[in-house]
Design a protein around this ligand. Structure first.
Ligand code: ADP
Length: 413
């Protein structure tokens, strides 16, 4: 079964094609600057496996236009990986916000589209683009089943005491103001791997497992997972809560919002941009949102003091959540690092675990420095520690493709 995975941002469209008989990726790519200046600066980068990559610079006024170019690339005689579009058996879409309506992936129908629309108020930056992607594919591939995979779904098992904010009850009941959590597809993917590994290698039954998963990319979040189910996570109603991120502030006193708005005369949109796009590593350092640049600036001679401070804040927040989640879980069996920083940055893993010996956590300096990427689950724990520290490379696209193939197979039984 050939499954196309689509991840539509507000001005981008990422895609990946899988042959699910072997779970191998055939191609991936990115259409960027879609709809910006009427799409006149749009560019499609297509990377077929085993063939040379190529780029198309054509106007893409909206996601429907971008999808057309993606399909042309996929079936191109020279660079394509499909004989025809009819090879595509199903399309899986990443959807940011499913509110409290979706605790698992679903086959898209009119009711699902309506529910995604209703969640636009909770995910105004992403859900409209996600919907456009679904609608563009429905138009281009009539009759081909489409599946929505929600970033929020994995966290729907959070108990009420973890998801309620301390605002008046009616805001929760009438306006759905509560914590939802994000990066759920990634947390679920690494949880599945960690769960199997803890059972098979460490002999811990799934029902007893206590795991903290750390998705540390440009966006960053942590989840407390008990018996394979999420019981808490660091992001909230929106992806702005929790850890310090590339450009997001994360946890802060909510009164700051009103104070800055008054001080600077900002409207809600401007303050949202400040806290979402101009804060975090970028805002603190003034150098970059990218951890590689921040680290280079912090380690330069002389060191950039703002970069040093930003790194300390970034790591300290993670340490605090480890403590919080160890308490929430009643102890720990494993911590999992994943995503760009989690998988690739030994210094962050070292600094976030270095002082947690009292919890039974510790990494082996040699294993941490030179990660053996041939494994699915890379154990970097120090000798004698009681909590396993592992790196598990995430694969959200594969998770979406698996959900899509499974749901479509169930439907056709
Ligand atoms: P997203 O998917 O959220 O855009 P990623 O998971 O790709 O983000 O993570 C991006 C972050 O990972 C950036 O801060 C980047 O610096 C960091 N990163 C990626 N590769 C490396 C690497 N080899 N070493 C250190 N940091 C890395």
């Amino acid at each position: 079964m050939i499954v196309l995975v689509i991840n539509c941002g507000s001005s981008s469209l990422k895609y990946q094609v899988y042959d699910m008989s072997t779970e191998t990726a055939l191609a991936d790519g990115l259409a960027d600057r879609v709809g910006i200046n009427n799409g006149t600066q749009a560019i499609l980068k297509h990377r077929p496996v085993g063939k040379p990559a190529f780029e198309v610079e054509e106007p893409m006024a909206d996601h429907t236009a971008a999808v057309k170019h993606v399909f042309a690339a996929l079936t191109d005689p020279e660079h394509g990986v499909l004989k025809s579009l009819s090879d595509i058996a199903a399309v899986g879409h990443r959807v940011l916000h499913g509110g409290a309506k979706f605790s698992a992936s679903v086959l898209v129908d009119d009711d699902v589209i309506q529910a995604i629309k209703e969640c636009i108020v909770l995910g105004p930056l992403h859900n409209p683009g996600n919907l456009q992607g679904i609608q563009a594919c429905a138009k281009a591939l009539p009759g081909v089943p489409q599946v929505a995979v929600f970033d929020t779904a994995f966290h729907q098992t959070m108990p009420q005491h973890a998801f309620l904010y301390g605002v008046p009850w009616e805001y929760y009941v009438e306006h759905n103001i509560r914590r939802y959590g994000f990066h759920g597809t990634s947390h679920r993917y690494v949880t599945l791997k960690a769960t199997q590994w803890l059972r098979d290698v460490k002999g811990i039954p799934v029902e007893d497992q206590r795991v903290v998963t750390c998705h540390l990319g440009n966006g960053a979040s942590m989840a407390a997972v008990k018996a394979g189910k999420c019981i808490d996570t660091s992001m909230g109603l929106t992806p702005q809560e929790g850890l310090l991120m590339g450009t997001r502030a994360g946890d802060m006193d909510p009164a700051i919002v009103g104070i800055i708005m008054q001080m600077k005369g900002y409207d809600p949109q401007r303050i949202d941009t400040l806290l979402n796009k101009e804060s975090g590593l970028l805002g603190l350092t003034g150098v970059s949102s990218d951890m590689r640049d921040v680290k280079a600036a912090a380690l330069a001679d002389p060191p950039n003091s703002r970069a040093v401070a930003a790194l300390e804040v970034f790591c300290y927040r993670i340490v605090k959540y480890f403590g919080a989640y160890a308490a929430a879980l009643g102890g720990l069996d494993a911590i999992v690092f994943t995503a760009g920083i989690g998988e690739n940055e030994p210094m962050v893993r070292e600094r976030t675990t270095g002082k947690l010996g009292f919890l039974g956590i510790g990494v082996d300096p040699a294993k941490n420095a030179k990660v053996d990427k041939s494994q699915d689950v890379i154990d970097i724990s120090a000798e004698g520690t009681t909590v396993s520290t592992v790196i598990i490379p995430t694969n959200e696209e594969l998770m979406i493709a698996r959900d899509t193939a499974e749901i479509v197979a169930e439907k056709s039984v």
